[in-house]
Design a protein around this ligand. Sequence first.
Ligand code: ADP
Ligand code: MG
Length: 935
Amino acid sequence: MVTPARRQYLDLKEQYPDAILFFQIGDFYETFDDDAKVVARDAEVHLTSKDFGRAGRVPLAGVPLRALDTYLRKLLAKGHRVAVCEQVSEAGHGLVERAITRIITPGTLIEPQLLRERENTYLAAVNIGRNEAALAYVDVSTGEFAVTPLRGPERDAALAAELGRLGPAEILTARDAPALPNGRLGTVRDRAPFDGEDGAAALKTHFGVASLEGYGCQDLPLACGAAAAILDYLREYNPRLLDGLRGLATYHTDDFMTLDAQTRRNLELVRSGRGGPGGRGLLGVIDRSETAGGGRLLRRWLSQPLLDLTALGARHDAVAEFLAASALRAESRALLDRVGDLERLTGRAIAGTIGPRELHGLRATLALVPELREGLAPLVAPLTVTLRERLDPCAEAGELVVRAIAGANEGRRIRPGYDAELDGLIDGIREARTWIADLERHERERTKIKSLKVGYNKIFGYYLEITNPNLPLTPPEYIRKQTLTSCERFITPELKEFEARIADAEGQINSVEDAIYARVLGELAAQAPRLLGTAAALAQLDVLATFAEVAERQGYIRPYLDQGRGLHIVAGRHPTVEAAVERHTFIPNDIALDADEFDGDGAIMLLTGPNMAGKSTYLRQIALIVLLAQIGAFVPAQAARIGIADRIFTRVGAQDDLAAGQSTFMVEMLETAAILHHATARSLIILDEIGRGTGTLDGLAIARAVIEDIHDRLGARCLFATHYHELLALLDALPRLRACNVTVREDADGIVFLHRIAPGGAARSYGIHVARLAGLPRAVTERAALLLRDLEANAVPLRQLAEEASGYTSAAPAAAPPPAAPQAPEPVSPPPDPAPAPAPVLPTAPTLLPMPAAIPMSASEDAILDEIAALELVDTTPLEALNLLFGVQQRLHARHAAETQAQSAAKGRPEAEGSARRCSLPQGRADRESPQGTG
Ligand code: ADP
Ligand code: MG
C-alpha cells in the first residue's frame, strides 16, 4: 500500500518518464527515487530520503520554490528534461491537487531567465538516410527554423561541422539511427515523424499550405522529415511553441565557409581556453553590439563566414560608411542601446507567455524605430539603405499595446476603456469594494473601538478584528470566527454577502481579462512577421555599426577581397592576443602568399623559430584576419588583399594542443587526413607543428609528405609552422614553398623574442634558452648545454637522411629561388651565429631528440637498426627515445672512436657543402648546415 501522496507522485511521473519530476510540496519542489539521485549529482543538491509509511524510505532531493531557476539551469545544461508539477488547490483539506504545469527541455526554452541573452539556443533534429542526411534546427525563442540537406561524400563532415556551429542544446534522432558525430548523444524519438512523406505532410499542415515550394524543401524528403520531427517533439512537450514557427528556411552548407570543430576551437572564435575578454575569444574582442539580437547575430556571422564577394562587399561598404560617420554612428548606437529584445519579445507574445510590462517594453522599442530610421537617413550604402527600409515601426502593434495594456501601477492587465464588458464588470463591484474599503472607518465610528481592523486572509476571507481589551464593546451581530491570543476575529452576514459578490465578479473579471489579453497577444502574433522583420534589420544594423565601432577603437581597416588565391596582409595583428597585451606592444607582421602565381610569393610558408617566438600566434592571426574579412568585418592590419578562402583549416600538433587533452598521434593524423581530403585549391590551411605527436623521424617524414601533397596536388595556401628545420631542405624541391622564421636576438642574458617574421629559415632553435627562461634550474640547463654540444658533434644533418628516404634528389640546381620576402616594415635578419660548434639540428624544448641519422650505416650495426625498426614510435615518449638514443650512441662511440678520423677524411662530406650553397641561406644557417666544415 502506498500513501495517497506517493500514488499521486507515481501517477504524474508516469506521464513523463523521461523527465525529472519536480513535485511541489509547500515551499519546496521535491524529487524522488532516481530523479533525486540525478538532481543531487547534477544540480548539487543534498540527497536525503523521505518516509512514505509502509512504502518505506525513498531518496529525496528538494529545492526551494524560489530557487527553481538556478537548479533548472544546471539540469538543463546537463541535458535533462524537467517536468514541473505544482499544487493547484489550496493546502489544508486532505490531499492537495497537483498538475504538471510546465515541461522544460534544454532545446525548447523560452523563459528569459533560462536563456543566454546573446546566444541562440537550438533544438536540432538529424535525419540520416541511406545516402543522404538532413539537419533541421529551431530556436523556439526567436522562431528561427531552418533545414539543410547534407549530401555526397562530405555529408558526415558537413553534419559534424553544422552541429559544431550550432551547438544545439538538444538533438533529436530517430530510433536505430546511426550514431551522431563526436559521440554526441541525441534524444531518441520514434522513427515515424522522420519519415519523408509523412514529414512533408506534417509541414504542410503546420504551415497551412498545399506545397512546400515556398520553403525550398519540396524535393528534400529527409529535410522534411527532420523538420517534422521537431514539430512532433514540440507538440509532445510544449505545443504552444508551435505557433512561433512561422516559416522554414532551407539552406545549403556550401553557401558558407565551413569551419570544422577543430578549427573553431583552435581559432578560439567564441571561447578561449587562454582567457581573452570574458573567455569569449575573438567574439569577446569584436562583440561591442548594443542589442541582444545584434549579439546573437554577430555570433552567427562569426560561425558562418560568407563566400560571396558581392554580399561581403556590401557589408564592407556599410561598415566603411558607418566608420566615416562617427557622430551618426554614436547616435544610432545610443538608440540601439535602448532597444529591447524584439525578437524574443515577439516570440513570447506568440507563445502567450509575455507579461504586460514586457509588452510595454516591446512598445517602447517600436517607438524608437522612427527616430532610428531618421538618424540613418543620410547613409547611402546599399545594404544600410535596404535595412533601414526594413525598419518597420509596426505602428499598429505599438498602438494596440498603448490602448489595451495597463501600465505598471494600474493593478490590472487590461487598460480601462479598452473593453466595455470588462469595464462593466469592474464597475459592477465598485460599490461592494467601496463598501468594504469604508467598513473599517465606519465600524470604528459606530462601535467606538479605535483599534478595530478589517483584514483578509485566504482561509476566512474578510474579517473584523477586535483586540482583547475591547471585546466587551463587540456588537451583538458580529459572528465569532477565530480566536487568537491577543484578539478575536468576526464576520457579519453583510460583509460576507459583499465578499461573495466581489469573489464571483473577480472570477468572471479574471476570465474575461484573460480572454482579452489572449486576444491582444493574438493580434500581436498576427503582426509577428513585421515585428520579426524589424528585429532582424535592427540586429544587422547593430552588427554593421559594431564592426565600424571596433574598427575605430582598435584600428582595423577594410580588407579587399577578390576571387584570386592571393593572401597579402601588411602589418597584421592577432586580434585577441593584441587585446590581451599592453597597448602597442604587439608586433605586427606581414604576409605575402599567392597560389595563383607560380613564380610569385609562393603558396606555402614554412615557418620556423624557437618555442615562444610567436609562430602559433602568427598562424592564427592570419586565419583570423581572413575569417574576419569573410564575415564582413574590418581587420587588424594596415592593408589586406585576400582571395576568398572556401575553407579555413587549422590543425595543431598534438603536444601543442594540451588544452583539448587530445594528445594522441592518431587524432592528429585523423585531422590531417581530413584536411587533405577536404581542402581545395581555394582553401587556407594552417598547420602548427604537425607531426609532433610521434617519434621524430616519422613526424618529419609525415610533415614532409603532407607539405608535398599540399604543394603538388592541392595548390592551396598553407602556413606550416615547424620545429623540423630539416624541412627547409624542401625549399629546393618545391618551387612554391617559402621559408620564414620568427626572429630572436641573442644577448648576454640569453635571447630576446622579437616576434618578427623574417625571410629564411631559423638559424637555431634555442631550446635551452627557452628552458632557462622557463626557470629550469641552472644546473639542468648547463648540463643540457653540455649534452647538446656532445650531440651536435656527432650529428649528421637529418636532411641528408630525409632526402635519401624520399625520392627527391639532393643534386639540386645551384641557383635556388630566394626566400620569400614579405614586406616587413623593418626586416630583421636572422642573428649571426658566432658559435663555432653550431646549433643543433633539432631541439626545441620538449623534444630534445638527437637524430637517429647520427648513426652511420654499416652492416655491423644491423643489430642497432633492428632495435630501432622494432620500436613502436607511436608509443614512445621523447624521454624514452632520448634514453634509447643515448644508449645507442654510447655503443657507437666506443666502436667508432678509432675509425672516425679515417672515415671523415675519406668521405669529405661534399653534399653538406652543396646543401649550403643550394639553399642560399643566411650565413648562420649555412654554418649549421655543414657542422663538420668542408675540410
Ligand atoms: P610559438 O608558437 O612560436 O611557441 P606563440 O605563438 O605561442 O609562440 O607565442 C608565445 C607568446 O609570445 C604569446 O603568448 C604572446 O604573448 C607572445 N607573442 C607572440 N607573437 C607576438 C607578437 N607579434 N607581438 C607581441 N607578442 C607576441
Ligand atoms: Mg606554438
